[in-house]
Design a protein around this ligand. Sequence first.
Ligand SMILES: *Cc1c(COP(=O)(O)O)cnc(C)c1O
Length: 394
Amino acid sequence: MTETKLISTLNKENLPHLDKTYVPSRLLLGPGPSNANPEVLKALALNPIGHLDEAYIELMSEVQKLLRYTWQCNNRITLPMSGTGSAAMEASIANFIEPGEKILIAKKGYFGDRLVDMASRYNADVSVIEKEWGEAFTFEEIKYEIETKKPVIFAIVHAETSTGVLQPLEGIGDLCRKNNCLFLVDAVTSLGALELFIDDWKIDLAYSCSQKGLSCPPGLSPFTMNKRAEDKLSARTSKVPNWYLDLSLLNRYWGSDRVYHHTAPVNMNFAIREGLRLIANEGLENIWRRHNSNAIKLWKGLESLGMDLHVSSEFRLPTLTTVKIPPAVDGDAYRNHLLKNFGIEIGNGLGALSGKVWRIGLMGFNSNEENVDRLLNLFDTELKKFSIFDSSSF
Ligand SMILES: *Cc1c(COP(=O)(O)O)cnc(C)c1O
């Protein structure tokens, strides 16, 4: 035995077990994560099996089949990447951009900025079109930019979680095909919650996450790519500059070869298998309807309480609502009040909208009428306590 003494200031007696008193129960009505379905949590708690076990290989195929249904596509390469949504986001850049190639990014919020940052790290020639935070692009604006800039990839966020805008995507796929560019869509806050047709809308590449519409904990990022994207990938002249996210290596494990690449987060795949099963069971059309109607209920309720919504009704995002913080209210204090006293999390504004809006999420398992009623009731009874003016003026 070594004579070296351990360096430790840990007081083991004071380290509690991780249980319900340690992790408080929360209703997550913010921008994500959203609460996981209890059935998903049961699957998550199973003992892991080997990532090359026959039973696990079968589960992988089921996850892929279920994902193809949820994405509404027949893409061969459809898989959940290990990591949160940003992992598949980065894979979508790392695999498809070679240094100096032009990517056009339509930026209208925080996650558009992240795409720009990632693309520049992979030495893309980055072109940007911008909109105010809270607006969507028109088809004509996108058409003009693609035709004049001639990028190899056009990237856009479907559901901008930072602003509460739903970007219409119809027609852009055809436009990209005509102009010989790949159509890349961030579907992190739309997959499993809002209408999305990967094949029909001719989306070449898309990524999402497990913790928003899919009612799972964070940890996986579903990804899909079609034949056009496969062709671009196989035409690469340089190695993908990211080993962990290299799609040709990942597909040797998820495809027929089943060659070890990295140890799969086995339990997270149990969880997503269950989350996707629940989605298939309910049916996508029912799910889309549920998200829409609960969002409309929330919007009407907030407006009838005299609150203003940040996004005009035609571009409003059912999974995430941005509501203006009334000028007389301390937004952070009210948010903390909901969390501390009612166990409900809502989000603050990001970037340009910080201090101006709250962000209310109704995603997956959490999109239900009871949650909407509960939150509206709290806005009715609690908000008046947070006016920095005399509360009788409310
Ligand atoms: C949440 C989110 C991401 C990032 O996903 P993480 O799981 O946080 O890595 C990317 N894009 C959008 C639109 C998001 O809402």
